[in-house]
Design a protein around this ligand. Sequence first.
Ligand SMILES: NC(=O)c1ccc[n+]([C@@H]2O[C@H](COP(=O)([O-])OP(=O)(O)OC[C@H]3O[C@@H](n4cnc5c(N)ncnc54)[C@H](O)[C@@H]3O)[C@@H](O)[C@H]2O)c1
Length: 255
Amino acid sequence: MGRLDGKVAVITGAARGMGAAEARLFADEGARVLLADRRDEEGREVCAGIDRAHPGRALYAHLDIRSEADWASAVEQAVQAFGGIDVLVNNAGIIRIAPLLECSAELFRQVVDTNLTGAFLGMRAVVEPMRERGGGSIVNVSSVQGLEGRYGMPAYTASKFGLRGLSKTSAIELGPLGIRVNTLYPGPTKTAMTRRDGWTDPDYDRAYGGYPLGRMADADELARVALFLASDESSFCTGGDFAADGGVSAGKPRD
Ligand SMILES: NC(=O)c1ccc[n+]([C@@H]2O[C@H](COP(=O)([O-])OP(=O)(O)OC[C@H]3O[C@@H](n4cnc5c(N)ncnc54)[C@H](O)[C@@H]3O)[C@@H](O)[C@H]2O)c1
């Protein structure tokens, strides 16, 4: 028996990285999954791979999470194809590094518009279909930078702290509808977002060597936490903060 048998999940940013790992794992666990992204070619490839392993369980939709019209269309496609929506993972995100005085208003807005407003639009879009199913689970993917500041990342940090507040307020509002809203705080994870030219696995791990677990995560490790929050195993969790960050937010490493 799968841990998501009978559930329908919408996952944003599913063309690669954590979103792709979540889509694969959720389908392995019995869910039917709408993979959504703006990288259509990569997204369709991931989707086709899942469909080969589990025919009929995966569908791809083009979605720019900043667009309300795209959200309406993606939600409609999930409902038409799979009969409803039980889970939304607001996973898509971007990072831009620029210290405060070098961060233009345009860059700041771009990051907040994607990471925060995009998730806000996603939650609004799925409430009605979730209400029709009698409830659901929303997982908002923040970051360890949603728990602590970091030099050079005012826009990213603001957007990821903002997600925390958005999740808490939404948990209060949506709890009576049976819709749970939790925030996941990944730590450094080996994906395209963190890749540096020429780095190999040991280089990644060395960069975080001083932190408690002394390495970066694989995307699958984050997908497993998202799976817990998506599934009924977390049935009493809402408005919660779930860090999977290798101990980075526990405090500063030794100097
Ligand atoms: N990799 C890390 O170390 C790390 C750490 C903490 C938090 N996170 C967060 O985890 C999430 C996933 O990150 P990842 O590492 O897999 O990144 P990634 O760059 O590999 O994948 C992100 C995906 O989001 C998509 N995306 C970006 N903007 C979009 C938009 N406007 N509309 C639709 N899709 C869009 C991209 O096309 C991409 O497929 C992000 O929210 C990120 O901020 C990542």
